[in-house]
Design a binder for this molecule. Structure first.
Ligand code: FAD
Length: 411
């Protein structure tokens, strides 16, 4: 008997985890990725209990690893150089596993590569669904050169192929969503914040490589996330009323403007310089994706394309892993009837995702104080929590609020 065949669009965490899980339940997958090659380590990610449970079931938890350093100290700093020990991401209740996005992607990629067909430089350009299959036109682009020299891209062919299921795991600005469900504007909810993220080449002057650093001011912040055995991750955030203008000049110019006009001081100055020198960085606006349904009969969106929670929820990677794990479970249970499986999947995940979207909106202020009052509250809290007793107390008080991050929604 022929195995059912899925097209998985996107080789991020969601797409790779889906292909792995589909293989478990006896499906063949074709994975397509728009980029010409695999991407780099990315940025800091905290993986909470939900993701840890799904990664364990997928057999990936050891391969993903853990870069948490228990001796790390995170300092709140001011531009003038004042610093005080505060609370780091790893101190949060729920014991998030501190890693890089690339740790999850690399572990999944190595597991999936022998099991599925993978095509880089390939994207869907048309999707036609009927009762017994989905016809997808795929366009492949040949890129000349690799890495930074990969400048020439030419269409090298289009094929139309039939699949039993299409999984759009192609991120915030998903092509599958646009082709099947409609324009981005119908689903993207802007946060009016911009992020710039990269990996630091060297520790922040005056701090150990395994120290975290946070400079938080009303409407803007810079975070340095330390790892046990890797260069730290850097994250800038700032609020803006004019997102489009931020992309009309080089990212570093937008960042310097957003963090000006006051003198930067030594820490912020160094972080901006390091961002400017970085070859690989992310500079993007922050949006949630809110949709009334994530599927049709044979097309389903998963991960950021379906429900982008934003980095402020700390649950995007975890929910992509859990979503992929659960998708395999429902398709297996509803063998021969993917539409019923997708309905069950959507119903099961929806309250969980809605909760984390709410938390993402609430927790923005933790990353970026919105007002002077938020800044004062942050300073007071950090002062109270900057020692072992304060951290233990905080973990007890806030434990219930963080329990949702450990729900094993795919069990
Ligand atoms: C700075 C930052 C910090 C974060 N911190 C955390 C955290 O602490 N904890 C956490 O759980 N989550 C965090 N997240 C969120 C998490 O990284 C994402 O939710 C998760 O990586 C989403 O995975 P995905 O596979 O759904 O999408 P993506 O990672 O966006 O992957 C989509 C893939 O599809 C490809 N693609 C796009 N369009 C096409 C196309 N047309 N055809 C083919 N391929 C296509 C892309 O190139 C990409 O490879 C953070 C995010 C950011 C930006």
């Amino acid at each position: 008997m022929n195995k059912p065949r899925a097209l998985v669009v996107g080789m991020g965490i969601g797409g790779l985890a889906t292909a792995l899980r589909l293989h478990d339940i006896g499906w063949d997958s074709v994975l397509v990725e728009r980029a010409a090659e695999r991407r780099g380590a990315g940025y800091f990610v905290g993986m909470f209990g939900t993701g840890q449970a799904a990664a364990t079931r997928l057999g990936m938890v050891d391969a993903i690893g853990n870069r948490t350093d228990p001796t790390s100290i995170t300092y709140d700093v001011e531009r003038d150089g004042r610093r005080r020990p505060g609370m780091g991401y790893g101190d949060l209740p729920g014991g998030p596993q501190l890693i890089l996005r690339g740790d999850i992607e690399a572990a999944l990629y190595d597991a999936v590569a022998p099991l599925a067909e993978m095509r880089f430089g390939t994207t869907p350009v048309a999707i036609e669904e009927s009762a017994d299959g989905v016809d997808v036109t795929l366009r492949t682009t040949t890129t000349t050169g690799t890495g930074e020299t990969a400048t020439t891209s030419e269409p090298s062919g289009e094929t139309t192929e039939r699949f039993d299921l299409v999984v759009g795991a192609d991120g915030l600005r998903s092509t599958v969503r646009r082709l099947v469900f409609g324009p981005d504007a119908d689903y993207l909810r802007p946060f009016h914040h911009i992020i710039g993220a990269t990996i630091l080449e060297e520790p922040v002057p005056g701090f150990r490589a395994l120290d975290g650093v946070v400079l938080a001011e009303p409407g803007r912040s810079a975070w340095v996330f330390p790892f046990a055995d890797h260069e730290p991750g850097l994250l800038f955030n700032y609020r803006t009323d004019d997102e489009d203008a931020q992309f009309r000049r080089p990212p570093i110019e937008s960042l310097r403007k957003a963090f000006g006009p006051e003198p930067t001081g030594p820490v912020l100055g160094n972080l901006l310089d390091q961002f400017e020198a970085a070859d690989d960085f992310l500079f993007d606006s922050v949006h949630q994706v809110v949709m009334p349904s994530w599927h049709t009969g044979r097309v389903v969106l998963l991960g950021d394309s379906a429900w982008c929670l934003t980095l402020y929820s700390g649950m995007g990677a975890s929910s992509a892993l859990a979503g992929a794990d659960l998708l395999g479970t429902v398709l297996q249970r509803n063998h021969g009837n993917p539409a019923r499986g997708l309905r069950e999947w959507d119903m099961r995940l929806r309250p969980f995702i809605a909760g984390h979207q709410k938390n993402g909106r609430r927790d923005l202020v933790t990353f970026v104080p919105q007002t002077r009052r938020d800044k004062v509250t942050r300073t007071l809290t950090q002062t109270l929590l900057g020692n072992a007793t304060g951290k233990r107390l905080m973990q007890r008080v806030f434990a219930p609020q963080f329990q949702e991050k450990s729900i094993d929604v795919a069990a």
